[in-house]
Design a protein around this ligand. Structure first.
Ligand code: NAD
Length: 260
C-alpha cells in the first residue's frame, strides 16, 4: 500500500513508464506523469489514470534532455503533490549505428535523456526524501546496463552509467531510510517494440512468431517478452517494506538474458 506516498515517473506517457505509473497509482500513490510533449492527450491520460485507479494523477511537462527542466519537474511535481517520495527515472531513447557513423547529436541526446536526467532529478529529489524521512529511487536501466550489443554505443554507455549512478546514490543514502536500485529489463513488449514487428517481418520475409523468437528475442532465453505490468510490479516491490534493505543493486527482468 502506497497511500500517502507521492511518485514522479519520468517519460511516462507510454510504455514502461506508463505501466509503472499505473501500478503505483493502483497501490494508492499520488503520481506525476511526464513527457516533453504537453499535448491534450497527455493531460487526458493523467485524468484517465486517475479515474481508473482512484489516485490523484497529474501531468507535468518537462524535457528530460534539459538539466534545468529535469530539476523543475521534481520541484513542480513535489509542490503539486506535497512531496517526491518515489522517483522513477524511466525516460529513454535509442539510436542504432556503428561508432564511426554515430551522429554526435544522437550521442549527446541519449547521454542527456537516458543518463544525465537521472542525475539531475535525483539531486533535486533527495533533499525532499530526506525531509520526508522516506524515499525510493528506481532507475529503469536495461539488460544493456549490464551487457553490450554492437551498434548501441550511446545506449549501452548511458545504461551502464545509470547502474553506476544507482550504486553511488545508494551509498550516499545508505544510513537513511532511502534506497536506490535499478531495474534491468530485457525486451519488454511496448508499443515501440510492437511497431518494429511488421517491418522486420517484411525485411526478413518471416512470420510474426519467427520474428519474435529469432530476431527480437534472440538473446532472451525465455523467448517471451516481459510486460510493462511486470516492470510495474517490480517497482512496487522496491517500494515495499520487504525491499527496505535492497539498495545499490540491479534487478534483471530479462528472461535469462544476462545469465547467458
Ligand atoms: P517508450 O518510447 O514507450 O517510452 C519512452 C518514454 O520516454 C516516453 O514516455 C517518452 O515520452 C519519454 N521521453 C522520450 N524523450 C523524452 C524527453 N526528452 N523528455 C521527457 N520524456 C521523454 O519506450 P519504453 O520501451 O517504455 O522505454 C522506457 C525506458 O525503458 C527507457 O529508458 C528504455 O531504455 C527502457 N528499456 C526498455 C526496454 C524495452 O524492451 N522496451 C528494455 C530495457 C529498457
Amino acid at each position: 500500500n502506497l497511500k500517502g506516498k507521492t511518485a514522479i515517473v519520468t517519460g511516462s506517457n507510454s510504455g514502461i513508464g506508463l505501466g509503472v505509473a499505473r501500478e503505483l497509482a493502483k497501490l494508492g500513490a499520488q503520481v506525476a506523469i511526464n513527457s516533453f510533449t504537453d499535448r491534450e492527450e497527455d493531460h487526458a491520460l493523467a485524468r484517465a489514470l486517475s479515474e481508473e485507479t482512484g489516485a490523484r494523477v497529474i501531468y507535468v511537462q518537462a524535457d528530460m534532455s534539459d538539466p534545468a527542466q529535469c530539476r523543475a519537474l521534481v520541484t513542480r511535481a513535489a509542490e503539486a503533490l506535497g512531496g517526491a517520495d518515489i522517483l522513477v527515472n524511466n525516460a529513454g531513447i535509442q539510436h542504432v549505428a556503428r561508432i564511426e557513423e554515430f551522429p554526435v547529436e544522437k550521442w549527446n541526446a541519449i547521454l542527456a535523456i537516458n543518463l544525465s536526467s537521472a542525475f539531475h532529478t535525483t539531486a533535486a529529489a533527495l533533499p525532499l526524501m530526506r525531509k520526508a524521512g522516506w524515499g525510493r529511487v528506481i532507475n529503469i536501466a536495461s539488460a544493456h546496463g549490464l551487457t553490450a550489443s554492437p551498434f548501441k554505443s550511446a545506449y549501452v554507455a548511458a545504461k551502464h552509467g545509470v547502474v553506476g549512478l544507482t550504486k553511488v546514490t545508494a551509498l550516499e543514502t545508505a544510513e537513511e531510510p532511502i534506497t536506490a536500485n535499478a531495474i534491468c529489463p530485457g525486451y519488454v513488449l511496448t508499443p515501440l517494440v510492437e511497431a518494429q514487428i511488421p517491418d522486420t517481418m517484411e525485411k526478413y520475409g518471416m512470420d510474426r512468431e519467427t520474428v519474435i523468437r529469432e530476431v527480437l528475442l534472440e538473446r532472451q532465453p525465455s523467448k517471451r517478452f516481459a510486460t510493462v505490468e511486470q516492470i510495474g510490479g517490480v517497482a512496487a516491490f522496491l517500494c515495499s517494506d520487504a525491499a527496505e534493505q535492497i539498495t545499490g543493486t540491479t534487478i534483471s527482468v530479462d528472461g535469462g538474458w544476462t545469465a547467458l
